[in-house]
Design a protein. Structure first.
Length: 400
């Protein structure tokens, strides 16, 4: 919208002159010819530089003159002058009011646009500070490193001689005790060192006895007596620390992996868009498993189970665990983005994570009926061994 010109007396005078010129047009015979002979033209008497129309009772046109004509004594002339003045005043008043309203509306719109632009600029400037990691607001942006990884650095020598040209892409984190060292050894060896970083959570406090395995030197060892993997994960697997890893395997130690290949497993997970998953469990060899996690032969993966008898029926219309969108807690696999959500859901006093499995679907980054699944083609065995400090507890009870 174009801005109206500011009010000025000269504009009113110009408008009056234009109105009077139009009245002069009415006095011409050309106007009568345009609209027919029934239209009576107005004779215009010019007083100085001003005009006054007077209606005639016939159609005879009056010749215009620029000489002074003393018409003020004529009552009809005065009436026409008053009428002309009133009409011109109404035109001028309407024009002035309209200009004022439009000017105010335009000004208000400019103010709103300016305020909106100011708010956007403020939000942009605020985001530059608020969107940065807490504590880094006063640092130069180029020096801020928001994430990290678990790659170890040497104490001496050029870093380029030690740094991997292709850093590990995924993370295997296990809660382990020395009594299950052989099972853990077989499990870790299934995960190629070029593709996986290994992190061991020692719940029995024993670390040195793992040194006889060649892979132990490159593994990350964290020790805290009688703590579960969820306690370790909350404190040592912050999403910013593991942000460089595509998938996080957060597993128990009592798992048989003879029929499991992690790279083929991830190929299936990525191809089918699973954000939260687990390998299927061999229903014959596994000591403990749930119906939905039992392996299905001749199947690549599945996302739901079916139960048509008894309580808790599951069918195609089911949308909640344990019928669909559910994995067990002994061998979950999380994508990077899903883990960022799950980490925030883990409470500080969480021990065995009972009940957490029912809530994992909230972190599936979409429809949990599609984003959560069990991979049948790569399956494991849940040995169901009594671990996680059970031996230390029994020993303490015997001594007492």
């Amino acid at each position: 919208m174009l801005a109206p010109l500011p009010f000025h007396p000269f504009r009113i005078q110009s408008f009056l002159a234009f109105s009077l010129d139009f009245l002069l047009l009415l006095s011409t015979e050309k106007f009568s010819l345009l609209f027919g002979s029934k239209i009576h033209p107005f004779p215009i008497f010019v007083v100085g530089r001003h005009c006054m129309p007077v209606l005639l009772e016939d159609s005879r046109a009056v010749t215009m003159t620029t000489h002074f004509v003393p018409m003020l004594s004529d009552s009809k002339t005065r009436s026409c002058l008053y009428t002309l003045f009133i009409v011109a005043s109404l035109f001028c008043g309407a024009y002035f009011i309209n200009s004022t309203v439009i000017a105010k509306e335009y000004k208000d719109r400019l103010i709103r646009l300016g305020a909106s632009e100011t708010m956007r600029n403020k939000d942009s400037m605020r985001c530059k500070d608020d969107c940065r990691p807490s504590g880094s607001e006063h640092l130069p942006k180029g020096i801020v490193v928001e994430t990290s990884n678990l790659e170890m650095q040497p104490l001496w020598g050029p870093i380029k001689n030690y740094k991997n040209t292709t850093p590990a892409m995924n993370l295997l984190a296990l809660a382990v005790g020395i009594k299950q060292k052989e099972i853990v050894n077989r499990l870790v060896q299934k995960f190629p060192s070029k593709d996986f970083v290994v992190m061991l959570f020692h719940y029995d406090g024993v670390v040195d006895d793992w040194k006889n395995f060649t892979w132990s030197e490159r593994a990350i060892h964290v020790s805290a007596v009688n703590q579960t993997k969820w306690w370790f994960a909350k404190r040592f697997l912050h999403p910013d620390i593991v942000a460089e890893y595509g998938y996080i395997f957060l597993w128990d130690e009592d798992l048989g992996v003879e029929n499991f290949d992690p790279n083929r497993y991830l190929s299936i997970v990525q191809g089918d868009g699973l954000e939260i998953s687990q390998p299927a469990l061999d229903p014959v060899k596994s000591a403990v498993h749930q119906p939905i996690t039992a392996r299905r032969k001749r199947s690549k993966l599945h996302r739901r189970m079916y139960k048509f008898k008894g309580s808790g029926r599951c069918d195609e219309n089911s949308t909640a665990p344990p019928c669909v969108g559910w994995v067990e807690m002994m061998a979950p696999v999380f994508s990077r983005i899903a883990w960022r959500c799950v980490w925030h859901m883990i409470q500080n006093d969480l021990i065995h994570a009972w009940g957490l499995d029912m809530l994992l679907g909230y972190c599936a980054q979409g429809d949990r009926t599609q984003k959560v699944g069990v991979v049948d083609a790569e399956y494991i065995v849940h040995l169901g061994l009594p671990t996680l400090g059970a031996g230390l507890k029994n020993q303490a009870s015997a001594q007492s």
